[in-house]
Design a binder for this molecule. Structure first.
Ligand SMILES: Cc1cc2nc3c(=O)[nH]c(=O)nc-3n(C[C@H](O)[C@H](O)[C@H](O)COP(=O)(O)OP(=O)(O)OC[C@H]3O[C@@H](n4cnc5c(N)ncnc54)[C@H](O)[C@@H]3O)c2cc1C
Ligand code: FES
Length: 272
């Protein structure tokens, strides 16, 4: 019997690099065989000679033969990744984690709340829900970026919002000359919730400080902890619940998350 080794990456070809913002690029990768994943599951992407890092595919799970990872340049691995050109090889292992609980979103008004590069993992959920809009009441995408040039996937919003059930709102943190859109942190987009609170499910991904304030705001608006799903993209190593690097209470975020109900983790000390 051949047993797959979860530490063994497969070599993939980098076929395209899309410059999204001054600090964020999307890497288009072709694996040697389809890489089936659910929205929100992540992979360990290996940069030969440097190391590997966890990233969640930002592409449509219905296209497992061509993956996209949208990555912000932040340190050692991502710095080298950002310098790579089409034709290079990358390692890939996974998928890991549970992904977003899509079945729990059925018949709900789904608030997709992203901050900065946090819209990247959420894009795979957006694609998934766009493919099954009959299952949800609506999808409200609320996105915040630091400044206008850091707005991710800006050219896609019109297409997403073409569907009657989908609404996209974007804000930047601080006013800029020439900007006529909304100004303020992403929680300002949650000031008014115009649907019955009990019919809402919120899914959020972004920097941890943002998740903290989004959670606080949603609770103030009347959501219960069970209605809030957070992408807890903590530092991870093995990805498979072995190294003990990513736990909150009894939950290993790599294995039980990274997208996890706030109700499960709210009482543990190291949540935010
Ligand atoms: C499940 C999961 C999914 C992720 N998906 C994405 C994604 O789709 N796109 C994306 O750009 N990033 C994503 N990340 C974060 C990404 O893994 C880190 O930014 C990356 O590992 C940094 O590697 P580095 O060697 O370049 O930085 P390092 O040199 O290791 O660190 C540079 C800086 O980044 C911080 N950092 C490192 N890892 C993390 C982390 N996990 N969370 C927050 N800060 C971190 C460090 O504290 C340090 O300040 C994800 C993380 C996890 C755990
Ligand atoms: S990353 Fe090793 S236990 Fe989660």
């Amino acid at each position: 019997m051949i047993v797959d080794n979860p530490y063994q990456p497969m070599l993939c070809k980098l076929v395209d690099v899309i410059e999204e913002t001054p600090t964020i690029k999307t890497f288009v990768i072709e694996p040697p065989r389809p890489f089936a994943f659910r929205a929100g599951q992540f992979a360990q992407v290996g940069v030969p000679g440097v190391g590997e890092s966890p990233f969640t595919p930002s592409s449509n799970p219905s296209e497992p033969e061509r993956l996209e990872f949208t990555v912000i340049r932040t340190g050692r691995v991502t710095e080298v990744l950002h310098a790579m050109k089409p034709g290079a090889e990358l390692g890939l292992r996974g998928p890991f984690g549970q992904g977003y609980p899509v079945d729990e979103l059925a018949d709900k008004h789904v608030f997709v709340v992203g901050g900065g590069c946090g819209l990247a993992p959420l894009r795979s959920l957006i694609f998934t829900l766009l493919g099954q809009l009959d299952r949800v009441r609506s999808m409200r995408i609320k996105y915040g970026a630091r400044e206008s040039r850091e707005i991710l996937y800006r050219n896609a919003y019109e297409e997403w919002a073409r569907h009657a059930k989908v609404d996209v709102q974007c804000t930047i943190d601080v006013a800029e000359p020439g900007w006529s859109g909304k100004v303020g942190v992403v929680t300002t987009l949650l000031n008014e919730i115009d649907v019955p609170i009990e019919d809402v499910m919120a899914v959020s991904c972004g920097p941890e400080i943002m998740l903290k304030f989004v959670t606080q705001t949603l609770l103030e608006r009347g959501l219960k902890p069970e209605q809030i799903i957070l992408s807890m993209n903590r530092r991870m190593s093995c990805g498979i619940g072995k190294c003990g690097r990513c736990n909150i209470g009894p939950y290993y975020l790599c294995r039980d998350g990274p997208d996890i109900s706030y109700a499960k983790i709210k009482d543990f000390a190291n949540v935010f």
